[in-house]
Design a protein. Sequence first.
Length: 131
Amino acid sequence: MPTPPLTQDQLQQLQQFAVQEGRLWKGRLRDAWMRGQQPKLNGESSATLYALRNTHGPSWLAGYRLPAAEWSAPQWYEVTVRVAVKAKGRPPTSEDAELLVQHLMDGWEAVEHLSLDDSLNCQAVQVKGPA
């Protein structure tokens, strides 16, 4: 017997749960189902998400993909990294700081701001483009 299509409410709650739980959302929903608990959506129990256990089940969940247009990562995000430069057994040098900065920035698409203070503490802000 084929599974029924999702209602708009079911789809909306699945999307909200996925955003709330991040990339592990399916595992967390499945775990709640296996424990016989209603999944929490914004701190509240969700009978709608729990009912999907009975109408669709864990096998359906494993193969389910949220619609791409409805489930996409943010187009832009910002990452701020602050580190203190330390050297083993000696005071840090500006060369240590430069190596650390190069390591931090390896693979970054765009760096909006990079600073190094007199104590050799580094702060870098990365602005990442479309995924």
